[in-house]
Design a protein around this ligand. Sequence first.
Ligand SMILES: *[C@@H]1O[C@H](CO)[C@@H](O)[C@H](O)[C@H]1NC(C)=O
Ligand SMILES: *[C@@H]1O[C@H](CO)[C@@H](O)[C@H](O)[C@H]1NC(C)=O
Ligand SMILES: *[C@@H]1O[C@H](CO)[C@@H](O)[C@H](O)[C@H]1NC(C)=O
Length: 413
Amino acid sequence: MANELTPLKSNDEADDYYLEEEEEEWSQTAIYAMWGGGVAVCLGMLYLFIFFLPSVYIPVARPLDGVVKVAELDVGLSVLSPKRVKELGLDKFQFIDNDKKDEDEDDYEVDEANKDGNDYEADEQEDGEHAVSTANGVERYILVGDVHGEYQNLQRLLKKISYNKKTDYLLLLGDFITKGPDSLKVLDWAIENDVDCILGNHEYYVLQNYAQFHNLYAPFFQDLNSTSMETHFSTRDKFNNDPEYLLAKKLQLHQVEYINKCSVIKRLGQVPFHNPEANNGTKRSVQGAAVHAGLRWDLLADLNEQEPMDNLEMRKLLPPFYNETTDDPHAEGAIGWTKIYKNKQKALSLKDKLVVYYGHDARRGLRLSKYTRGLDSRCNAGGHLSAMIIWKEAGAKGKKVVYKEQAFQVECK
Ligand SMILES: *[C@@H]1O[C@H](CO)[C@@H](O)[C@H](O)[C@H]1NC(C)=O
Ligand SMILES: *[C@@H]1O[C@H](CO)[C@@H](O)[C@H](O)[C@H]1NC(C)=O
Ligand SMILES: *[C@@H]1O[C@H](CO)[C@@H](O)[C@H](O)[C@H]1NC(C)=O
């Protein structure tokens, strides 16, 4: 072995010697050139990483539009035949228990329905309404509580209920992004599938962060004579690690436009008026509305009078008048907004009643009652993801059309 290596070794030495000699001739220039080049490369890299690449990855931005406060649903429910109801798997009514049966227990009053005087009148009115809504009809309204970026669980839920984008109207009740793993996926999927949305407090915070990152006007609400246009974020806050800020930084134009178009409140037209616990179909329907957190009972005559930030964040109402909201579940003397809402609604005639579908309250979880249906069942914290399906069904043997609804859930993994 040593013998074989010897000639090679001597060759190497010869080469080294030859190279060294040549290097010495231009070594001064080489050293300057190397230093110069090195500094240039370093500066180049600094520029690349600090200025050029970040700006390549900062999506194009544009100012936010005013958020719509109250939108109107422009489709109605067509009447499903019993056969179609069976095909859709809606024929077996199952009541899904509310998550907690603790405080506010008097949300559950089974037979208050029959005390309302104007049932029959309302039934007559409904017939005209059926005919109208069938023309521009979908088979089902599907309202889904807080998804929070749980894309996989959302897809499992939609599969379970055989969601069909051509025949169903799907509405996300706000907080469909942030917290969970796949906010952007949920967003892109909703955009691709023309899914409708309600603005949640987390969407609002993300819009705020977006405006801050891009030096834009803060989000504002369309028909308020507010001063919010004066709130301009002037410093780009580059080193904020808040997850909502990091998400906002990534938003592409089409994504932020989608969020910006979600309304605070959506009027749903006629929905079933009943206790969801005993749903064998009801001929009685009332106006319905969707909102993320809740509605103030005292501002129902014109929903534009509602304060959007209340609608996005409220949980309870404060004494003495219970017309002031709080999102603090432990606030002194505060009462759940749904409880006060129910008591105020009871006094109204059928045509003035308004049933509210909402999310937001993961703490209380699924909460279906006569005037309010809470659909945030904590998917993001190992709970369930819930959808409420609303449809209209032809009555057996020439009987009247009935309204029905049914909650469906998947356990979140
Ligand atoms: C906004 O201001 C205009 C003019 O001052 C007024 O006519 C309008 O009613 C206001 N709108 C609301 C929602 O307060
Ligand atoms: C619904 O109707 C069916 C048959 O008509 C009956 O057996 C069932 O008890 C009813 N359910 C409720 C909750 O009233
Ligand atoms: C609540 O009601 C009281 C008494 O009617 C009224 O004075 C007060 O302005 C109301 N507050 C709000 C926030 O509407």
